[in-house]
Structure formats: structure tokens, C-alpha cells
Design a protein around this ligand. Structure first.
Ligand code: SAM
Length: 216
């Protein structure tokens, strides 16, 4: 089976299991080639619904988790989005596809070699300039291009980093796996004045956030 056929089948299965529903998310997952975001050795498994190693002890998340997060992010065209934990760049590329040419994703990754590979894959998808990969501690955010309409964190966090709340636009949404190093709950917060409206979406497991507001 070709990568395209495998990807089509992955999307059919994610829809059937109810992980993805909206036209925008379905089209993005059909369009972005996950195999370009994983190392050569992992390519035969690129369209299996499982996390895969991407080097440096890190992983690309399972497609169902990426799909769930894309749905909960409730993205619109033209938004300014910040990601903490760029990893392979796959999740950022999907977001860029959904928010369109007038949108922008700032993806922060703490490991330089992963950031470099993510930039290459993003370029191969024709999304250069629409996803900017920056090396640094994403728990501090990136003030230069704030405020953000959406912020998503793709690593396990012990708390919601306060700089990320400060850098979220009024009415904006932030998605974060909150909990311990080994088990978290996917939480969405919406900024309403000085209040944060919180919703929980069930259990998940991510690699830990390492940084000022992460695990030591
Ligand atoms: N979203 C990624 C993708 O599409 O491949 C998967 C991310 S992986 C589950 C989590 C990533 O978070 C790792 O690459 C790790 O190096 C990164 N990370 C951990 N702490 C970080 C921090 N403080 N700032 C930025 N990146 C961080």
C-alpha cells in the first residue's frame, strides 16, 4: 500500500472511532504526510495510530491524540497560534493547514536537532514561513509575537505556565496536558477577563515539559 493509501485509511479509522469530525481537521490529516516527520526507520509505521520515536528520547504523538487536540483547539483561519513542544513539527503543520495562508504558527522546541529536522519537514510540505520553529523554553512563551488566539502544549505540565496565560488573547483558548510526569488530563482553558473557564477531556500521556514551569 502507498503512503497515500495508508494515510487515507488512518483518517477513515480516526473518523470511525469519533476522534476527528470537522471537515477542516479531516482535510488537514489527509493532506499532511506524517511519514515525512518521522525518522527513516519509523516510516513503515508512520500511519499506525501510535506514538513513534523521533530521536533525543522524544516522540511524535499518536494520530488520535493529535486529532483530538486539533478538534478541541477550535481553530479558525488567520489565527496566531503558539505551540510548546514542536518535536517533529507534524502537529504544527496540521494547525498551519487549518488556519490557512493568513495564519501563523510559532512552534517552540527546546532541542535544537529536533527543531532543525522539523524545519526541513515543514519546508517539504510547502509550509515554510507559515510555521516558524524557534529553539527555547516554551513554558516562558514568546512575547515578541503575542497575544496568541490559541496556545497548545504537547508535553506533560505540572501547572499552567503563567506567561502563557498572559500571552493568550482575551477570549483565546489554551490546551494543555495537566498532571503528573506519568499521567495527565487534557485540559482546555478559555480566557475570560481575569477568569479562566476550564474544561477537562480525559486522560492522556505525554513526555514531560522541561523548563521554568515544567518538571525539573
Ligand atoms: N508536537 C510534537 C509533534 O508533532 O511531533 C510532539 C511533541 S513531543 C510529545 C514533546 C516535545 O516537547 C519534545 O520534543 C520535547 O523536547 C519538547 N519540550 C519539552 N519541554 C519543552 C519546553 N520547555 N519548551 C519547548 N519544548 C519542550
Amino acid at each position: 500500500m502507498s503512503y497515500e493509501e495508508e494515510r487515507e485509511r488512518m483518517v477513515i479509522n480516526l473518523r470511525r472511532r469519533g476522534h476527528i469530525k470537522s471537515k477542516e481537521v479531516v482535510e488537514a490529516m489527509k493532506a499532511i504526510p506524517r511519514h515525512l516527520f518521522v525518522p527513516e526507520a519509523a516510516r513503515p509505521s508512520a500511519y499506525h495510530d501510535t506514538p513513534l520515536p523521533i530521536g533525543e528520547g522524544q516522540t511524535i504523538s499518536a494520530p488520535h491524540m493529535v486529532g483530538i487536540m486539533l478538534e478541541k483547539l477550535d481553530l479558525s483561519r488567520g489565527q496566531n497560534v503558539f505551540e510548546v513542544g514542536g518535536g517533529s513539527g507534524y502537529h504544527a503543520a496540521l494547525v498551519a493547514h487549518i488556519i490557512g495562508e493568513n495564519g501563523r504558527v510559532i512552534s517552540m522546541e527546546r532541542i535544537e536537532s529536533l527543531a532543525e529536522r522539523a524545519r526541513e519537514a515543514i519546508k517539504r510540505c510547502g509550509l515554510e514561513g507559515r510555521v516558524v520553529v524557534i529553539v527555547g523554553d516554551g513554558s516562558l512563551g514568546w512575547e515578541q509575537l503575542a497575544p496568541y488566539d490559541r496556545i497548545f502544549i504537547t508535553c506533560a505540565s505540572p501547572e499552567i505556565p503563567p506567561p502563557l496565560v498572559d500571552q493568550l488573547e482575551e477570549g483565546g483558548k489554551l490546551l494543555i496536558p495537566l498532571g503528573s510526569r506519568y499521567l495527565q488530563t487534557l485540559v482546555q482553558v478559555e480566557k475570560k477577563g481575569k477568569k479562566l473557564k476550564r474544561k477537562s477531556y480525559g486522560g492522556c500521556v505525554f513526555v514531560p515539559l522541561v523548563g521554568e514551569y515544567g518538571f525539573s
